[in-house]
Design a protein around this ligand. Structure first.
Ligand code: SF4
Length: 401
């Protein structure tokens, strides 16, 4: 069999801890934001020192780091960019993700950092991709309105790398062109302030006859999930599979990185998926907080079935992260940094970097002085008896409902 093309799994990292989680759980690349110039002003974002540490950590594990510079800038913002670009070049980031032409020009003039065109530029066709390539882009993050097939055509005809979203929250508007948040909340979607106004409940007065019908979340999209169309991504040789969510949790960053990288490895080795594996990966995806899933425009154009209007069903399968393993061996046992309290007797799931969850009944919990506990407290360290297979940095989760 000829060697199978394997796309990159590109995970979000809203902070240094999340970067490490994503890399350890298999992401081949992560995207991160600095303190300025990105679109997630409410994420933790990276200081210069954290960026340096993050790049070193990722490179040591064979993963890449892309830095978002995808806000649209005014001249006064642009004047602060050269210093930041110089720092990014010095620490050897693998690319910057850009949407503003002024930023493209600045990065080209001052560095040799590869340029990826952000989805904010809403690139949907071959000619636009060719133009971006002429301007120095090495990769295009295509608009979410592009199908996998169209993405393959753009890649081949424009001769440029392409990246397509495979998972996460969606915009209902063309990215980079939405101003609902600006007008309803005074927060600029295209400069890092999106208030997710499309997710709100709105009243619709179009001759509908009941109050109930008038109120709806009619602009709120379901979340994207492309696991079952992975073979299409591979067939079209889409270079990078992007997971949305720099604002999302450690458990999200770890689970998404693990599921998609495991699934890709499996497909690369076997040339197909078995339905049992798909069911278990889907079960993993369902253990992370999400809206109902849709394939949006990956295969067919998104339509009314992609709208999430079923709020009452949203909490059926909720899991929470209990903490992180900080040490695990026969002598120390499993030492856990607790994030959310749990009780003696609770069933915990340790999420390994590879393979199925390790189930543990927390029957014997002690603190670091070996005093028995019946309930843990957030931000403390506790110890459980050792279990083979558990490693430092593994995440721990528990079903809430
Ligand atoms: S309001 Fe909604 S559609 Fe507009 S940018 Fe924000 S998330 Fe996207």
């Amino acid at each position: 069999m000829s060697e199978q093309f394997v796309p990159e799994v590109l995970a979000p990292a809203g902070g240094l801890d999340k970067l490490k989680v994503a890399v350890l759980y298999g992401a081949s690349a992560v995207y991160v934001g600095g303190q300025k110039f990105g679109l997630r002003t409410a994420a933790d974002n990276f200081t210069l020192d954290e960026l340096t540490e993050g790049v070193c950590f990722a490179h040591a594990h064979g993963s890449k780091v892309y830095v978002v510079l995808n806000s649209f800038l005014h001249d006064k913002d642009l004047s602060e960019l050269p210093e930041f670009v110089a720092h990014l070049e010095a620490i050897k980031v693998d690319a910057v993700i850009v949407s503003d032409l002024g930023v493209v020009q600045t990065v080209r003039d001052l560095s040799t950092i590869p340029i990826h065109v952000s989805t904010q530029a809403s690139t949907l066709n071959v000619e636009a991709a060719k133009l971006w390539k002429k301007m120095g882009a090495t990769r295009i993050v295509l608009g979410r309105e592009v199908s996998i097939k169209e993405a393959g055509i753009i890649k081949r005809q424009a001769g440029v790398e392409v990246e397509l979203f495979i998972h996460g929250s969606m915009c209902m508007a063309y990215s980079g062109n939405c101003v609902i948040s600006n007008f309803t909340q005074g927060r600029d979607s295209n400069r890092g302030g999106c208030a997710h106004s499309c997710r709100f409940e709105y009243s619709l007065d179009m001759g509908l006859d009941t109050e109930e019908k008038k109120k709806a979340f009619f602009m709120s999209s379901k979340d994207l999930e492309g696991l079952r169309v992975l073979p299409e991504f591979i067939k079209e040789e889409i270079d990078s599979l992007k997971i949305e969510g720099r604002m999302k949790s450690h458990l999200y960053a770890g689970t998404m990185s693990k599921v998609y990288s495991e699934a890709l490895k499996y497909y690369a080795q076997n040339g197909n998926f078995l339905s049992d594996d798909l069911v278990s990966w889907e079960a993993e995806l369902s253990k992370v907080s999400h809206r109902s899933y849709t394939k949006a425009s990956l295969v067919e154009k998104a339509d009314a079935t992609s709208i999430f209007n079923e709020r009452e069903n949203s909490n059926e399968n909720e899991w929470q992260m209990l903490g992180t393993v900080v040490e695990a061996n026969a002598k120390a046992g499993i030492v856990i940094e607790v994030r959310n309290a749990f009780n003696q007797g609770d069933l915990l799931e340790i999420v390994p970097f590879l393979g199925p969850a390790i189930l543990i009944n927390a029957n014997e919990i002690v603190d670091l002085l070996m005093r028995p506990l019946t309930r843990t407290k957030p931000t403390t360290l506790v110890r459980l008896p050792y279990r083979e297979g558990v490693l430092a940095q593994h995440l721990i989760r528990q079903k809430v409902h």
